[in-house]
Design a protein around this ligand. Structure first.
Ligand SMILES: Cc1ncc(COP(=O)(O)O)c(C=O)c1O
Length: 380
């Protein structure tokens, strides 16, 4: 008999996103609109900083939570966006993935429930399960991916510990409106919940004047956790750099998790992170907005109902009228039309598919054309 393993891992599948992008990679000529991976390069000024720091010998253990000058730069950057964090309560992490791991591990006791508005990025549910908590899906499909205050109130139980807010959202591209945000704030205030804000797409929002949850409700700072990262707005997915910030008590608990899990992020990347924060993200945002427009116009011509994405780089059209489940749709789209998307089912959003328009314009145009052909063929 084999020796036992941690049973919290038993139900955790491998990422469906990775599965479909590997299938695409193995299919000759397939165009992939599956991965949330910017096609741009990291800005040259950011890349140049790493060489300088390696030459200077910045190659020894850095402080666990990151150099003070980086944490100060992060707080200054967040303050410009109305988010107040103290450098002593910020931890530089291995991307938002580790930021969320630190948050969920630090907050949860076994059996604690975390409300996850769905469709959602699959990481949250998996991290909650790893921490022996219980993810509770709050389906937002019927309300155009906004949070319905009554539905949220009904999801809260005496075991609810936290709610996740992701705006702009992966996979829907939707930005939560004030009614949704107020509903979360009200639940946090009156039912004593933490709010875990996954703000990785906060910079990639096309709504002028958009403010993130932590900026809207500074009075909830003691129960708000901010996870953020350099991955998307500066095309730095491979650098594995992000941060997590919270009130003093929560930050101290997260720092323990961070210290025991990864110790610290590479010393010679940290000046480059400061350089990135000083680099304007507007051109990247404008370029995504143009690709968003191309995408939504093409989906409309295909007759696939889509809630207009207002940020990130995803569209989440409904395929409900086509009579196939999202998994079958995506497998057949790869095989029969040479275009890869991700099934909505991977995000708790059956009846939809996720299309990433982070690809370059040429690839995107080809992918949309092939998708149109495939949808046409399905309709007969
Ligand atoms: C909503 C969301 N959160 C977190 C992450 C992880 O980001 P990072 O690369 O910073 O770990 C992603 C990556 O796709 C994401 O879409």
């Amino acid at each position: 008999m084999p020796l036992s393993l941690n049973s919290a891992l038993d139900d955790l599948g491998l990422s469906g996103i990775r599965r479909f992008s590997s299938l695409a990679a193995q299919t000759p000529g397939c165009v992939s609109l599956a991965l949330g991976e910017p096609c741009e390069e990291t800005p040259p000024n950011v890349r140049a900083r790493v060489g300088e720091d390696l030459d200077r010998g910045l190659t020894h253990y850095p402080p666990n939570n990151g150099f003070a000058w980086l944490r100060e730069a992060i707080c200054a950057w967040e303050a410009e966006r109305g988010v107040r964090l103290s450098p002593d309560s910020v931890i530089v992490t291995d991307g938002a993935t580790e930021a969320l791991f630190c948050a969920i591990t630090a907050l949860l006791n076994p059996g604690d429930e975390v409300i996850v508005p769905t469709p959602a990025f699959l990481l949250y549910g998996s991290l909650v399960r790893l921490a022996r908590g219980v993810p509770v899906a709050l389906d937002t499909t019927a309300s155009d991916f906004q949070i319905d205050p009554q539905a949220l109130a009904r999801s809260v139980t005496p075991r609810t510990k936290a709610i996740v807010v992701t705006s702009p959202n992966n996979p829907t591209g939707c930005v939560l409106g004030r009614r949704s945000m107020d509903a979360v704030a009200e639940a946090a205030r009156t039912r004593g919940l933490y709010v875990i804000c996954d703000d990785v797409y906060g910079e990639l929002c096309y709504e002028p004047g958009h403010r993130r949850f932590p900026a809207l409700y500074p009075e909830l700072a003691d129960r708000t956790v901010v996870a953020n990262s350099l991955s998307k707005p500066w095309a730095m997915t491979g650098w594995r750099l992000g941060w997590v910030g919270a009130g003093e008590r929560v930050a101290a608990a997260m720092a323990k998790v961070h210290q025991y899990a990864v110790s610290s992020v590479p010393a010679f990347l940290q000046h480059a992170a400061v350089e990135a924060l000083a680099t304007n993200t507007a051109p990247m945002r404008a370029s995504y907005q143009a690709r968003r427009d191309l995408t939504t116009e093409a989906l409309a011509r295909m007759g696939l109902p889509t809630v207009t994405p207002r940020g990130a780089f995803y569209a989440f059209p409904s395929i409900e009228g086509l009579g196939v489940a999202s998994g079958e749709f995506c497998e057949r789209a790869i095989r029969e039309a040479g275009v890869a998307l991700v099934p909505g089912a991977c995000f708790g959003g059956e009846g939809h598919v996720r299309l990433s328009y982070a690809a370059d314009e040429g690839t995107l145009a080809t992918g949309l054309e092939r998708l149109a052909g495939f949808v046409g063929a399905l309709r007969g």
